[in-house]
Design a protein around this ligand. Structure first.
Ligand code: CTP
Length: 130
């Protein structure tokens, strides 16, 4: 039984999010998704997500590809999360290519191609301009 883990904000849910979650799940038998807390986003991206962490957890947790979710409170805790959740494979979008290779001693690290032409930031910009 292979346990896969992935991380993200998943704000303003879109098809790129579904695609990476679906492909991550297909690499194993059990998918765990770490969802960045509101606080972590404010420090990482300089703004709060549109959807609250509770709502983002509810949306991602409702997907048939997702077996378990948790709140990612700090980027520095990645190693602890990988161990705590017994991850066999860490999946990240290829915008992170190479950045997590040092976790190869704990689990397999895979970068999946991003879905072209869609992102939360772009959706927010489009909505603002209408
Ligand atoms: N992702 C993807 N394809 C996209 C957008 C996101 O595969 N078109 C993946 C990211 O690589 C990441 C996960 O979805 O593994 C969550 O990404 P997140 O940063 O929450 O979404 P973005 O749309 O990239 O958000 P932002 O524009 O705020 O950076």
């Amino acid at each position: 039984m292979k346990r896969v883990i992935t991380f993200g904000t998943f704000d303003v849910f879109h098809v790129g999010h579904v695609n990476i979650i679906e492909r991550a799940r297909s690499l194993g038998d059990y998918l765990i998704v770490g969802i960045s807390s509101d606080k972590l986003n404010i420090s990482k991206k300089g703004r709060a997500p549109i959807y609250s962490e509770q709502d983002r957890i509810k949306i991602i947790g409702s997907l048939k590809f997702v077996d378990e979710t948790f709140l990612e409170e700090s980027l520095e805790l990645k190693e602890e999360y990988l161990k705590k959740y017994n991850a066999d494979i860490l999946v990240m979008g290829d915008d992170w290519k190479g950045k997590f290779d040092h976790f190869n001693s704990i689990c397999e690290v895979k970068y999946l191609e991003r879905t072209p032409s869609v992102s939360t930031t772009e959706l927010i910009e489009i909505a603002k301009s209408r």
